[in-house]
Design a protein around this ligand. Structure first.
Ligand code: GDP
Ligand code: CA
Length: 339
């Protein structure tokens, strides 16, 4: 069985660990391909940093900080502190000393002409994540956020001037508290999916949207030309898990992202945003938390098959149980239900 997962960072990688556990104990062997979000990627002090790819790689490879959920275990931040003492911006990005080794290798290899796909594969030689980890694209497609000028600058008539911030600056430095007018994926128009991405979706037996941010993780991957069409037209069932539980994100500020694109922060809101494949959308089935059971009928009415389950990934067993629900939901979607 070929399973393809479109993933962001923490939510995506926790789910994939559970999926690995779930398929380990299944009767037929499975191969997992992860299409990772690179819209969060950023140059920091001359280093190319790919936060979501690294979160997946470290989590599946056993190197993630369990406490933080991102970056390396046993991390120190000496280089970051030294840079701050020099007064060099940015100081808000958590660049860890161990983590810097990854970014040094990536930057050097990219400068030598290797693609991000090749560099990611090389880094995974060490971490052995047990999945094929593909960046969504080798091209730069970076999420920027349009906000009112944080310093309060206005035009002559008093209207606030708008600024574009890199996603990381908006998310980390401003904790997504500056209202976002719009997200712009800079470069996406001319980006192409990385080699293997479209085939991984078209040839899959199951496509999963894990509980990743629907706007700046999965939404970004879906904007790469050809990816959404591949999801719409694959013969595999497409099953998603709601990252919104009880009307709020489980972790992070997905509500601030959803607000910017006028989508309600609810399990049903996100489902309807993706839409039913039978009606030109992306989903066959959507897993919602028991806390949101009341939304099931609205989701079903939109043409998406709705499954109610425990979706809090409190530990590996819980993640594996959630992954089994996805596998079952995929089996439950008969081909006649699909477009
Ligand atoms: P990021 O790139 O590190 O922000 O991670 P992702 O985009 O992969 O996932 C972030 C989303 O995962 C957030 O919107 C969270 O609400 C969601 N999330 C995190 N943990 C859980 C969980 O245990 N259960 C569910 N249902 N969603 C979760
Ligand atoms: Ca991310």
């Amino acid at each position: 069985m070929l399973i393809t997962v479109l993933a962001g960072g923490i939510g995506g990688s926790r789910f994939i660990r559970g999926l690995q556990r779930a398929v380990e104990s299944a009767a037929d062997p499975s191969t997992i391909t992860v299409v990772g979000n690179t819209g969060d990627d950023i140059w920091i002090h001359g280093l190319r940093v790919c936060p979501d790819l690294d979160t997946v790689m470290y989590t599946l490879g056993g190197g993630i900080s369990a406490e933080r959920g991102w970056g390396r275990e046993d991390e120190t931040f000496t280089v970051r502190d030294e840079l701050a003492d020099y007064g060099v911006e940015p100081t808000w990005f958590g660049l860890g000393d161990r983590d810097i080794a990854t970014h040094l290798i990536r930057t050097q290899s990219l400068n030598a002409g290797y693609t991000l796909t090749q560099v990611t594969e090389a880094l995974c030689q060490r971490w052995q994540p047990g999945v094929t980890l593909l960046p969504m694209s080798d091209d730069r497609a970076e999420t920027h956020v349009i906000v009112d000028d944080p310093a309060g600058a206005t035009a002559a008539d008093g209207t606030p001037l708008r600024r574009a911030l890199h996603f990381q600056e908006w998310w980390i430095r401003y904790r997504a508290e500056l209202p976002a007018h719009e997200f712009v994926l800079v470069g996406v128009d001319t980006a192409t999916p990385a080699r293997g991405v479209l085939d991984a979706i078209s040839d899959a037996d199951l496509v999963i949207f894990p509980p990743s941010n629907p706007v700046v993780s999965i939404g970004t991957i879906l904007q790469v030309p050809g990816v959404a069409d591949a999801v719409r037209s694959t013969s595999a069932p497409v099953v998603g898990v709601s990252p919104i539980v009880g009307g709020a994100p489980v972790r992070g500020m997905a509500d601030a992202c959803l607000r910017a694109i006028d989508v309600e922060t609810s399990a049903a809101g996100v489902a309807l945003h993706y839409g039913a494949r039978a009606r030109g959308g992306l989903l066959d089935a959507w897993i919602i938390d028991t806390a949101d059971a009341a939304s099931a009928s609205e989701i079903e009415a939109s043409g998406i098959s709705c499954v109610i389950a425990a979706t809090m990934m409190t530990d590996l067993d819980a993640s594996a149980d959630l992954a089994r629900v996805c596998l079952d939901a995929g089996r439950g979607v008969s081909s006649s239900d699909r477009a």
